[in-house]
Design a protein around this ligand. Structure first.
Ligand SMILES: NC(=O)c1ccc[n+]([C@@H]2O[C@H](COP(=O)([O-])OP(=O)(O)OC[C@H]3O[C@@H](n4cnc5c(N)ncnc54)[C@H](OP(=O)(O)O)[C@@H]3O)[C@@H](O)[C@H]2O)c1
Length: 186
């Protein structure tokens, strides 16, 4: 498979990359890292990405930052930036990328446990993760040409065995499931 990984240089990306590269052709992307540059907070940048990288079988997004901190400290800027980077960024990859993906291709997004099991000081993360999970379940009903979509929803990755993290992503990328929120570390 030809797989595009956005955020490959990050904590989760570094777990996935060596294994994916053993079996697949992998193209990495980030704002300042990877084979190609993209800022997923910009739709124009996402459009340019898919014009540059063609014939993809899978798109995996392990990027998108959001604010952590008590709600009293959340500013409009934090809210907008979290939505722009994580929600619009990851869903934008699907909105644009669906027109470029090969038949039978797949999207694997990354939400997070805080969407379903919120914790104090993480309202913006809860908002972004919940939105992504809802999007994935609904988008799976509409995507055509056999294109699949799932979200991996991890707890704190530093305390999850790396193999579990890898398996969750492989379940989406190499499996047949669609519209699933794949939970780990709950
Ligand atoms: N780590 C965890 O415990 C955990 C748990 C649950 C959910 N998650 C979610 O999983 C995702 C990845 O987490 P992580 O900890 O692996 O992140 P990370 O270590 O901070 O790495 C983020 C990666 O994404 C890229 N990136 C960031 N913003 C981008 C943008 N706007 N456009 C393109 N690339 C961008 C970064 O590269 P550049 O700097 O080169 O752009 C980097 O490769 C995030 O959405 C996070 O919320 C993480």
């Amino acid at each position: 498979m030809k797989i595009l990984v956005i955020g490959a240089s990050g904590m989760i990306g570094r777990i996935l990359l060596p294994e994916l590269q053993k079996k697949h052709e992998v193209i990495t992307a980030g704002r300042s890292s990877g084979d190609v540059r993209v800022d997923i907070s910009s739709f124009a940048s996402i459009e340019n990405l898919f014009k540059e990288v063609k014939e993809l079988d899978a798109v995996v997004c392990v990027a998108g930052t959001t604010f952590s901190g008590p709600i009293q400290n959340v500013t409009g800027e934090h809210l907008i930036s979290g939505i722009q980077n994580k929600v619009l960024g990851q869903t934008g990859l699907v909105i644009v990328g669906q027109h470029y993906l090969n038949d039978g291709g797949s999207f694997t997004l990354t939400s997070g446990k805080l969407g379903e099991q919120p914790a104090p000081q993480n309202a913006v993360k809860a908002l972004a993760n919940g939105a992504l999970n809802s999007f994935v379940v609904a988008a799976a009903m509409d995507l055509d040409r056999g294109i699949r979509i799932n979200a991996v929803s991890p707890g704190q990755v530093s305390i999850i065995p790396p193999q579990e993290v890898l398996n969750a992503y492989l379940h989406s990328i190499e499996g047949t499931t669609s519209g699933e929120v794949i939970k780990l570390g709950y």
